[in-house]
Design a protein around this ligand. Structure first.
Ligand code: ADP
Ligand code: GLC
Length: 480
C-alpha cells in the first residue's frame, strides 16, 4: 500500500525469485524488499514470478487475471494477489514450472529447457506491460537478471506502447545462453540477429538481449557498475555494457531492517547495549560445539568459486593458531563442501560446519559472530557483509564490487578518523586474506578499538530507503 496518497508511477518487476516466496540467493532478497521500500514513497509495484510447484498452493487465494494460450508448448494463466504485503503475479504454466526441484534445476542438473521457461516468463511480462491487466498498466517494466532479460527485448521488438524498461544485473556470471537455432523458438526476430543486438558469440544470451534493449541498465553497486565494463569482471559482456555508457548506473542494495536487525533477535542488542551479543555468542558456540578464545568468524554463503571459499583451507590454520574460530553455514559445490568439512575435522572445537540452507540459523550466526568473512572473487553487491555491519559482526571482505562500496577498511587513517567499519583486503588471494585475518586478531585484541569499529559499523545507513529513492529517480527520469 502506498503511504503517500498520490501514485508516482507503476512498476512491474519481473524475476525468477522473490522473498518470502522463493529464494536461492540475494536476488530474491532484493526483488522482495524493493517493492515495499518503493511503495513507501508512492510507487505502485507488482512482481511477476513463475508459479513453481512449491508456490501453486498460493494460487487458490489469488485472482486469475490473464490467460495466455500456447505459451511455449502449453496454456498458461496469471494469478494476482497480495502475499506477505507484496503485490504478486504468479505465472501458472504447469508445463514449464510445475516440477520437483529448484527454480533452475532438478535432480539431474539444470532443466534442459531453461531458455524457454524464462523466455515464457519474459514474454508474458512484456505482454502484460504493453496491454495492462485489469486496468493496471505499468509505466516501467523492471527486469532482473538473465531470467527476465528477454522482457525488454520483447517490448522493444513487438512495441512498448509507452512502457519504459530497466535491466538490472545482479550477477553477470549467469547469462542465459542459448544456441542461435533457438531464435525462432524463443520468438525473437531474425533480423535482430547481429552483433549490435541479439547475437552473442555465435549464439544468444537473454541477458545481452536485455542489456541492449532496455532503456536503462543498472547493477547493484556503483563499483560493480564500473567493474562490469572491464574484461576481468564483464565475463564477455564488458563491451556491451560499456557501449550503453550513461544508461548504466549502480544502485547499492539495502537490507530489510525489519528482518535484519539485532534488536529483533531472540536475545536483542544494539550499539548502545551490546550485552546481548555476548549471550548470542555463547549460544552460537554451544550450537556449533566451539570454544574460541579469540574472534569467532562466521561465513554464510553459497559455497561456490565466486565466493572465494577455496581460499579457506590455506588461511584458516594460522587463524586458528592465533586463537580464532570459524562457524560455516552453506551449501553448493561438493568439492568446497568437502573442503570446509575437512577443516572441521582437523580443528574440531574451533571450526564448526553446517552444510545446508537455514535462514533461522543464519540469524543466530550474525547475532553471535564477532566477524563475518566474505572473500569473494567478484561480488555484485553482497548482502552478508551488510548484515554484518548492522549486527556489529565486523566484515572482513575482499575489495571487489559492492564489498568495496560498503566496508571501510580499518587502516590507520580510517581508525584515527573514526570511520573504519571492517577489514578490506586485496588482491583476492590467500596471502592477502591471511594478512586480513591477522589484522582481525589484532583488532579484536584491542577491546576499545574493537568496540569502536562495531559501533561505526552499526551506525551505517543500510536500510532500503536511500536506494529506493535512487530507483524512484531513475524510474521518474525514464517516464517523464
Ligand atoms: P548471492 O546472492 O551471490 O548468493 P548475497 O550476499 O547477495 O550473495 O546473498 C546471499 C543471501 O543468501 C543472503 O541473504 C544470505 O544470508 C543467504 N544465504 C546464503 N547461503 C545461505 C545458507 N546456507 N543458509 C541461509 N542463508 C543463506
Ligand atoms: C547476486 C550477487 C550478489 C548480490 C545479489 C542481489 O546474487 O551475487 O552480490 O548481492 O545478487 O543483488
Amino acid at each position: 500500500m502506498a503511504a503517500s496518497s498520490e501514485i508516482r508511477g507503476r512498476v512491474l518487476s519481473v524475476a525468477s525469485e522473490c522473498v518470502p516466496l522463493i529464494k536461492t540467493g540475494g536476488l530474491a532478497d532484493v526483488v522482495g524488499a524493493l517493492p515495499a521500500a518503493l511503495a513507501k514513497v508512492g510507487w505502485d509495484m507488482r512482481v511477476l514470478i513463475p508459479a513453481y510447484k512449491a508456490l501453486r498452493s498460493k494460487i487458490d487465494k489469488m485472482d486469475e487475471v490473464w490467460r495466455e494460450p500456447g505459451l511455449f508448448g502449453g496454456d498458461a494463466k496469471v494469478f494476482s494477489g497480495t502475499v506477505a504485503g507484496i503485490q504478486v503475479m504468479l505465472l501458472d504454466a504447469p508445463h514449464l514450472f510445475d516440477r520437483e526441484g529448484g527454480p533452475y534445476s532438478g535432480p539431474g542438473g539444470d532443466w534442459f529447457d531453461n531458455a524457454r521457461r524464462f523466455a515464457a516468463l519474459s514474454w508474458v511480462a512484456a505482454r502484460i506491460a504493453r496491454e495492462g491487466v485489469e486496468g493496471w498498466k505499468p509505466d516501467v517494466l523492471h527486469a532482473h537478471d538473465w531470467q527476465a532479460g528477454l522482457a525488454p527485448a520483447y517490448l522493444e521488438y513487438n512495441g512498448a506502447d509507452g512502457v519504459a524498461s530497466v535491466m538490472t544485473v545482479h550477477n553477470i556470471a549467469f547469462q542465459g545462453w542459448a544456441p542461435a537455432s533457438a531464435l525462432t523458438d524463443l520468438r525473437l526476430p531474425f533480423e535482430q540477429y547481429h552483433p549490435a543486438a541479439l547475437e552473442y558469440y555465435g549464439g544468444l544470451s537473454s541477458l545481452k538481449a536485455g542489456l541492449v534493449t532496455a532503456d536503462a541498465v543498472t547493477t547493484v553497486s556503483p563499483n560493480y557498475a564500473r567493474e562490469l565494463m572491464r574484461p576481468e569482471f564483464g565475463m564477455g559482456l564488458e563491451g556491451v555494457i560499456a557501449a550503453r555508457g550513461a544508461a548504466v548506473s549502480g544502485i547499492l542494495n539495502g537490507i530489510d531492517s525489519e528482518v535484519w536487525s539485532p534488536e529483533h533477535e531472540p536475545v536483542p542488542y544494539s550499539a548502545k547495549a551490546m550485552k546481548g551479543k555476548s549471550e548470542n555468542r555463547a549460544a552460537l558456540c554451544a550450537e556449533f560445539g566451539l570454544n574460541v578464545p579469540g574472534p569467532l568468524a562466521i561465513l554464510v554463503s553459497r559455497l561456490t568459486d565466486q565466493k572465494g571459499i577455496d581460499l579457506l583451507e590455506a588461511v584458516v590454520p594460522d587463524f586458528i593458531d592465533a586463537g580464532g574460530g570459524l562457524a560455516v553455514l552453506g551449501s553448493g559445490d561438493p568439492a568446497l563442501e568437502a573442503a570446509v568439512k575437512r577443516l572441521q575435522t582437523r580443528f574440531d572445537g574451533r571450526v564448526g560446519v553446517k552444510i545446508g540452507y537455514d535462514e533461522a540459523l543464519s540469524h543466530r550466526m550474525f547475532a553471535g559472530g564477532d566477524a563475518v568473512l566474505v572473500p569473494s572473487r567478484f561480488e555484485p553487491c553482497g548482502l552478508t557483509q551488510i548484515y554484518g555491519l548492522a549486527y556489529g559482526t565486523v566484515p572482513v571482505v575482499s575489495a571487489v564490487g559492492g564489498l568495496a562500496d560498503t566496508v571501510i577498511d580499518a587502516s590507520p587513517a580510517a581508525i584515527s578518523a573514526g570511520v573504519a567499519t571492517g577489514i578490506v583486503f586485496q588482491p583476492v588471494d590467500a596471502l592477502a586474506f591471511a594478512q586480513a585475518l591477522r589484522g582481525l586478531i589484532g583488532l579484536y585484541a584491542d577491546k576499545k578499538l574493537w568496540t569502536q569499529i562495531q559501533k561505526n559499523a552499526m551506525k551505517q545507513d543500510v536500510d532500503w530507503a536511500a536506494s529506493a529513492a535512487k530507483y524512484a529517480a531513475l524510474y521518474e527520469g525514464l517516464t517523464k
